[in-house]
Write a protein that binds this ligand. Structure first.
Ligand code: COI
Length: 355
């Protein structure tokens, strides 16, 4: 493979965290990163280099117009084997985000091969405890120094790695979400389905208000009617009704989550009636009150399965079930983390072992 590798010297190597389960998400980075530049109309050589700062011209286009995208993917380790979970889907989504943001797509197989090599180099950084992983952040930014509003001609692709425990401080315990009646996340025709930076910047205000009100996340409603739930900004959402597992459809305003897709497939195989359909918030709060809603949970690469114990809406707090982790959430969490760590039989061809 056309990959240039420059290893960090012994003196440059960092101290590895001793307690990954309690590491705040995305706070520690490994010794190396993967890099590739785009210039002259094509992606250049892939390089692995010691982790380092980037030098950007102050006029770099990403800094002004936000032409940038990223992915979230994870590597897992057990019995000293390294596993990836559906990595092809992440690369596919990276390229779909690139198309939407007029960023040149990458050669997914070449990049994946380089990521595998990066992981071989960083294998000691991959924590082994259940619920931990090495979170990977492939990113592409527009680096051309120019203030005109147009797609850039120069880009920088990089992948950094961060050992991670649970995304939420609650761990695998129910979190609370507040339905935002004031802010929306995305509108059809916009960029809600792309993993582009501005979506996350736009969520900060709503999250600040949710957090001030004592909730850990924001649950968005559709922008047009403010009627149907969409997603949480960092995770897709599922509602387990007595006779149905429902999740909002991919209509351009929510991120096509890979965990979301895996949950849909697994639940169907387990005999659940799964629908991708608009879900009115009113139906959820009524269902909570009548007991028709058994569970609500979020799904995401970082979040995995995040049980939701309380929904705040229109000044009221709705407690779901007994406020504990529901049976389906637990079953999905165990199955997905089991698959990711190579401990559960992979009937779908989702798990890749890196040799
Ligand atoms: C992920 O689940 O990987 C995400 O990117 C969500 C968040 C950490 C930004």
């Amino acid at each position: 493979m056309d990959l240039k590798v420059e290893l960090a010297t012994n003196g440059e190597l960092k101290k590895k965290p001793t307690d990954p389960l309690n590491l705040p998400f995305g706070s520690v980075f490994t010794d190396h990163m993967l890099i590739m530049e785009y210039s002259g109309g094509e992606w250049q050589q892939l390089r692995i280099e010691p982790y380092h700062s980037l030098e950007l011209d102050p006029s770099a286009m990403v800094l002004h117009y936000g032409q940038g995208i990223f992915e979230g993917m994870k590597a897992y380790r057990s019995d000293n084997q390294i596993y990836l979970f559906r990595p092809d889907m992440n690369l596919k989504r990276l390229n779909a985000s690139a198309e939407r943001m007029v960023i040149p797509t990458v050669d997914a197989e070449r990049v994946l091969e380089a990521i595998r090599e990066l992981l071989r180099i960083e294998r000691e950084w991959i924590p082994e405890e259940k619920g931990t992983s090495l979170y990977m952040r492939p990113t592409i930014i527009a680096t051309e120094p120019k203030l005109g509003v147009r797609p850039a001609h120069e880009y920088f692709f990089y992948v950094i790695l961060s050992p991670a425990g649970p995304y939420f401080k609650e761990g695998f315990n129910p979190i609370s979400v507040m339905v935002s009646e004031k802010y929306v996340r995305a509108v059809r025709g916009g960029v809600g389905h792309a993993k582009t930076m501005g979506n996350y910047a736009a969520s900060l205000r709503a999250n600040k208000e949710s957090s001030k009100a004592g909730f850990s996340q924001t649950l968005y409603l559709d922008a047009l009617e403010r009627k149907n739930i969409e997603e949480c900004g960092t995770m897709n959402v599922f509602v387990h009704f007595e006779d149905e597992l429902a999740t909002p459809p991919l209509n351009g305003t929510i991120l096509p989550g890979i965990t979301r897709d895996s949950v849909i497939q697994l639940a169907r195989e387990w005999g659940f009636e799964v629908s991708e359909r608009p879900i009115p918030i009113q139906e959820i709060v009524e269902g909570i009150e009548t007991g028709h809603v058994l569970e609500v949970f979020g799904t995401g690469t970082a979040a995995i399965i995040a049980p939701i114990g309380v929904i705040g809406y229109a000044g009221e707090k709705y407690k779901i079930g007994d406020g504990d982790v529901g049976d389906l959430s637990r079953r999905l969490f165990d199955e997905i983390t089991g698959l990711q760590h190579g401990l559960v039989e992979d009937r779908h061809g989702w798990v890749e072992k890196i040799t």
